[in-house]
Design a protein around this ligand. Structure first.
Ligand SMILES: Nc1ncnc2c1ncn2[C@@H]1O[C@H](COP(=O)(O)OP(=O)(O)OP(=O)(O)O)[C@@H](O)[C@H]1O
Ligand SMILES: [Mg+2]
Length: 529
């Protein structure tokens, strides 16, 4: 395997923990602790993303080299790597949780690709760090497959996300109690190499604020702007103004991110502030889920089943709450309330505008009829009615929007959507309302104008046919746990072109089968990973 070029600015420019070793500790006055991955028994490459390999200037020969599995399984370092675990805190389920940090993620270094772009390489599940608290620093195969597949799927769907280069089996067992019910069992372990321009989270700033380490807080803000927001450096010479613009930009990106999640039906599941990327990327694919039957109340995370804080329809509000925590954290450096409040208000405006724009695209409308949800004749009212019907009728979100593009406006009928209904009785309940809505919609697109084929093409470019439905990932996991990892690559292959109908791949575009409705891993996931 060829060497990569590294330029490790994070560890070079920011203060690190003076203490060595993996023992668990509180780390003060530092952004990270240097720590190397703990070697594993038998690293074996199970799957990789050719797009990410390409991004890094690696080809198939590099990937098939034994050294690759050694490096990305945590048994060897490439020259120039400078591994570390970052120190961060976070608000978890609404409460301040203190120091968290990379308890099982270890950044290997910042590589500069042949195009001069900077990409941070980070192993997840690479062994204990000073931030592991009471846990083992490892990750199981099932959660690693889910992270690997979904990060790449999200990229191909056009959703901002961290990427995944590789999935390596460790040849070791990890003990997990999947539902925290006293049934711990050994499971195969794995390591994903994640790739992103930066893995800095809201929590990296919050930890310094919570400790009153203001000089360090300012240093991290300025470092982040300088390394990861070069366009702001160019546009704003005044450092104080620049920090405000930076927070505005973080708010804007977060708003765009959540609008995309709503567009594709993604539920993150654990939107704690330590799982919020400062770049506005989807980060930490834990107990996430994909909406099958449209339901804003749904959350896949069994750990959150009580309050359903992180349910599908609540994500935009939670993101704003998280941005509030970030605003509070950086306030000691910004020292003005007003611009922070303005940026938070702008978050809501950007989210609404993006959400609306994407909904307009999903419906294939060229124009938008103004007015609120309660105003007859507005498109907001058309959307609100649709959402109510989809929820009450248990309509599959992905299949509904995909089929909508092919609706014959001259003969709008519910039977066109047969494949999207889960329950005969639910369908009967909504059928007259649904038929009425389809007539309204057909009239609306005729009035909107534009030829059908053009509208269809535009709709199919934003309404995916293939998403990594929970049960599809679970099928790949079941196979991999039986020793056949090819299901992972097969699934990824389909998800590389989520908007293009692929002959012979109908099974990947089917609604959730009945057996998966209440099955662990398919509709219920815990944080155990
Ligand atoms: N098996 C583990 N060993 C050590 N630390 C862990 C383990 N699992 C989770 N943690 C730590 O617990 C905290 C919260 O966990 P969470 O589930 O949000 O993150 P994660 O899935 O480990 O990783 P990430 O956010 O990096 O994707 C983090 O500090 C994380 O590093
Ligand atoms: Mg996390």
């Amino acid at each position: 395997m060829r060497d990569l070029r590294f330029d490790n600015r994070f560890v070079r420019e920011l203060p690190g923990d003076p203490e060595d070793g993996r023992h668990v500790r509180q780390v003060h006055g530092a952004c990270y602790s240097r720590v190397e991955p703990t070697p594993v028994r038998a690293p074996k490459l199970l799957a990789w993303s050719r797009e990410v390999a390409d991004l890094l200037g690696l080809d198939e020969t590099d990937l098939r080299d034994r050294r690759f599995a050694e490096v990305f399984g945590g048994n060897a370092l490439l020259p120039g790597m400078a591994p570390y675990a970052a120190c961060y805190g976070g608000h978890q389920f609404g409460s301040w949780a203190g120091q968290l940090g990379d308890g099982r993620a270890i950044t290997l270094g910042e590589t500069i690709n042949p195009q001069g772009q900077r990409w941070e390489l980070q192993l997840k599940g690479a062994g204990p760090t000073p931030y592991s608290r009471r846990a083992d620093g490892r990750a199981v195969l099932r959660s690693s497959i889910r992270e690997f597949v979904c990060s790449e799927a999200m990229h191909h769907l056009g959703v901002p996300t961290t990427r995944a280069l590789s999935l390596v089996a460790t040849g070791e067992q990890v003990v997990r109690d999947m539902f925290y019910d006293g049934n711990a069992r050994p499971e195969p372990g794995a390591i994903v190499c994640r790739v992103a321009p930066s893995f800095i989270r809201f929590g990296n700033f919050e930890i310094f604020a919570s400790r009153g380490e203001e000089p360090l807080l300012q240093q991290l803000i300025d470092f982040t702007i300088d390394r990861d927001f070069p366009e702001l450096v160019a546009a704003e010479p005044d450092p104080a103004q620049r920090r405000v613009k930076w927070f505005e930009e973080v708010c804007r990106r977060t708003a765009v991110l959540i609008a995309h999640w709503m567009r594709v039906g993604f539920v993150h599941g654990v939107m704690n502030t330590d799982n919020m990327s400062i770049l506005g990327l989807t980060i930490d694919y834990g107990p996430y889920g994909w909406v099958d039957n449209f339901d804003p109340e749904w959350t896949p995370n069994t750990t959150d089943a009580g309050g359903r804080r992180y349910r599908f329809g609540h994500q935009a509000r939670i993101a704003q709450w998280n941005l509030w925590q970030l605003a509070n954290a950086i306030y000691p450096v910004i020292q003005q309330v007003e611009p922070l409040e303005r940026a938070l208000a702008a978050y809501a405006e950007v989210f609404e505008a993006e959400d609306r724009r994407m909904m307009q695209q999903k419906l294939g409308l060229e124009t938008w009829r103004a007015g609120g949800e309660d105003e007859e004749g507005s498109d907001a009212a058309l959307v609100a009615k649709l959402h109510t019907l989809m929820q009450a009728g248990e309509v599959d979100m992905t299949l509904f929007f995909r089929r909508l593009a092919d609706l014959d406006p001259a003969r709008p009928t519910i039977s066109h959507f047969d494949a999207a209904f889960y329950d005969e009785a639910r369908r009967r309940d909504v059928s007259s309302g649904f038929e009425a809505w389809l007539k309204d919609y057909a009239a609306r697109i005729r009035q909107d104008g534009g030829p059908d084929p053009v509208r269809r093409e535009r709709m199919n470019a934003v309404n995916p046919l293939y998403v990594p439905r929970n049960y599809l990932a679970q099928q790949a996991i079941d196979r991999a746990e039986q020793g056949d990892p090819t299901g992972v690559s097969e699934l990824l292959e389909v998800l590389r072109k989520p908007y293009v109908e692929q002959g012979g791949r109908e099974a990947y575009a089917a609604r959730r089968p009945d057996w998966a409705r209440h099955k662990a891993g398919c509709s219920m996931l815990s944080c155990s990973s």
